[in-house]
Design a protein around this ligand. Structure first.
Ligand SMILES: Cc1ncc(COP(=O)(O)O)c(C=O)c1O
Length: 318
């Protein structure tokens, strides 16, 4: 990881190496945490966080679904993130807020274990690589099925749930692929291990509906709007596994990975084995939105104001 100076922890700005937790923290044992993955981009008008309020609203929803009461409001977390970016002198980075049940009580009904929060920021390149974004990646349908609503909450971004994604990702990486695609219990397509999926069929942009066993991605929502604005027909429906192989184009999209074309699935080349026209068209507009180059999507950006001229006294804890 590219280390920076400070991490925000429970209201204080602490040095990166001092941001510690107790080994008996509840979240470490049972996965009782919720988090977000957000990105800040360097734009002409300064650093801007993409759909920051939407991410914080999802954090609040994830927390509430798992009965975790966040000790800070979304507005407090937003202000802390702005300050953290300023203090670390970052213009673009990945942002990871995390809330978890901390140290104080063990067992599964540990109501008295406090909820702790951190926000970490660090420079992080495209999750599936810049080359993947340009040339497309190879993906494999996982033998692991995506968690379903009968046992967990696909719509929550909760720490423990990621064991499912990790199994799928590990299997695909060990087999030499860049990403896994998970199906649901019925065998319909859900998403990548950390991205939503879009399939182009007969010129239409198709994606599983938001009620599928997927994380209702914020990039997914953005791309649905962008694709419609560009004049494409977007359809939310179940996607059969075979459609992955028959598709003209497929792409994955998420905050960490951004928009990544898929050029091969289970050794079936897609289209001409390189990113297709519709994918490239949508990708270009999406990147314009991220970097503040698209006037019509400027409202998605949360601009981080430059630091005040006079240095505030440092609140770093020793
Ligand atoms: C399982 C999963 N699906 C989809 C996404 C994409 O969501 P978003 O666009 O909000 O980052 C992510 C990333 O957060 C994810 O972890």
């Amino acid at each position: 990881m590219d280390q920076v100076d400070l991490i925000w922890q429970n209201g204080d700005f602490v040095r990166w190496e001092d941001a510690q937790v107790h080994v008996l923290s509840h979240g470490l044992h049972y996965g009782t945490g919720v988090f977000e993955g957000i990105r800040c981009y360097e734009t002409e008008r300064g650093p801007a966080i993409f759909r920051h309020r939407d991410h914080l609203a999802r954090l609040e929803r994830s927390a509430s679904l798992y009965y975790l009461e966040l000790p800070y409001s979304a507005e407090e977390l937003r202000a802390a993130t702005h300050e953290l970016l300023r203090r670390n002198g970052l213009k673009s980075c990945y942002i990871r807020p995390l809330a978890f049940r901390g140290y104080g009580e063990m067992g599964l009904y540990a109501k008295s274990a406090p909820i702790e929060m951190i926000i970490a920021v660090w420079p992080w390149g495209a999750y599936l690589g810049d080359e993947g974004k340009r040339k497309g990646i190879r993906a494999k349908v996982s033998s692991w099925r995506r968690i379903g609503p009968g046992g967990l909450i696909p719509h929550a971004k909760a720490s423990g749930q990621y064991l499912n994604s990790i199994l799928a990702k590990t299997e695909s990486a060990n087999a030499g692929y860049e990403e896994a695609i998970l199906l649901d219990e019925r065998g319909f397509v859900c998403e990548g291990s950390g991205e939503n999926i879009f399939v182009i069929r007969d010129g239409e942009v198709v994606t599983p509906p938001h009620v599928a066993s997927i994380l209702d991605g914020i990039s997914r929502k953005s791309v649905i709007q962008i694709a419609r604005d560009l004049g494409y027909t977007v359809v939310e429906r179940d996607i059969a596994r075979a459609e992955l192989y028959l598709a003209e184009e497929v792409f994955l999209i998420g905050t960490a990975a951004e928009l990544v074309p898929v050029r091969e699935i289970d050794d079936h080349p897609l289209g001409e084995g390189k990113p297709g026209e519709i994918t490239t068209h949508i990708q270009a507009k999406f990147e314009d939105a991220l970097y503040g180059r698209a006037e019509e999507y400027l409202e998605w950006l949360d601009f981080v104001e430059a630091p005040a001229e006079v240095d505030a006294p440092s609140k770093v804890t020793p």
